[in-house]
Design a protein around this ligand. Structure first.
Ligand code: ADP
Ligand code: MG
Length: 261
């Protein structure tokens, strides 16, 4: 946690009145969330409450129905699910995706590429970075996530923890303004969880803005600037970890956290 992380009137991610339904089933019911640069925000909540949908809307893997999303200087707004999606909207979606790094539970590395190639690919294809420059940057990132001795390995030759660290390096290679993680350690053997959490902690210390969906409550308590409790497609409560874990205000939060404490 960074002492200077929380700054008023200074947001890198601003979400207002976000709604998303699937086939008439309302999954996000008006989510508001503002995140300052360098903050680490942990999202917790029961299965099915909309955490993944929220992250997927934030980087436009799903197009939200209604509300506003601002990330950096990209602003997206929709008034309803029927609002037409014009070329200008899609152009902004592409810009926004470049600004948002996403890490999934299931690593999602390209199996036919080495670790180094996995990390070089997007900057070269999407940003037009030259190969030599992309390789130098990739090696630096792999060093940061502790994989400098595995650059020429294929994903299948790595442990789950190593694959996830490579996936983080791959997302970082696009120089995102914010990193999103959807249960990044849930598919890992217990012994491999910490090496991934440590990378996220190190990125926090370096000032990366991060939003993490996780059930790792110790990590949430020790590293997060704020915890957001989600239930039923809404934010029930937001608080710094010390308050969230010792004196949650809402009965629903208390009930959920009981299972972990
Ligand atoms: P969480 O990540 O908190 O477990 P999700 O965001 O994955 O929750 O899911 C919230 C609800 O939205 C669930 O009821 C799920 O079935 C539904 N849902 C998520 N994605 C889709 C989709 N692509 N199509 C239809 N329903 C979906
Ligand atoms: Mg989920």
């Amino acid at each position: 946690m960074r002492e200077n992380a929380v700054a008023e009137n200074n947001t890198v991610v601003a979400v207002n009145g976000l709604h998303k339904s699937f086939h008439g089933n309302a999954v996000l019911k008006g989510v508001d969330l503002h995140i300052a640069p360098q903050e680490l925000t942990v999202l917790i909540g029961p299965s099915g409450c909309g955490k993944s949908t929220f992250l997927r809307c934030l980087n436009c893997l799903e197009i939200f129905d209604q509300g506003k999303i601002s990330i950096g200087d990209i602003n997206l707004e929709r008034t309803s699910a029927q609002a037409p999606l014009d070329n200008q909207f899609h152009a902004k979606v592409r810009q926004l995706r470049i600004n948002v790094g996403m890490v999934f539970q299931s690593f999602n590395l390209f199996p036919h590429l080495t670790v180094l190639q996995n990390i070089m690919k997007a900057p070269m294809v999407v940003r037009g970075v030259a190969a030599a420059q992309a390789e130098a940057a990739a090696r630096e990132l792999l060093n940061k996530v502790g994989l400098s001795t595995h650059v020429n390995h294929y994903p299948s030759q790595l442990s789950g923890g190593q694959q996830q660290r490579a996936a983080i390096a791959r997302a970082l290679a696009m120089q995102p303004k914010v990193m999103l993680y959807d249960e990044p350690t849930s598919a890992l053997d217990p012994g491999l969880v910490d090496e991934v959490l440590q990378v996220m902690q190190k990125l926090d210390e370096e000032g990366m803005t991060q939003i993490v969906v996780t059930h790792e409550m110790r990590f949430a308590r020790d590293v997060a600037d704020k915890i957001v409790y989600f239930e039923g497609g809404e934010i029930v409560e937001t608080a710094p970890p010390e308050q969230m874990f010792s004196a949650p205000k809402d009965e629903r939060t208390r009930k959920f956290l009981k299972r972990f404490l």
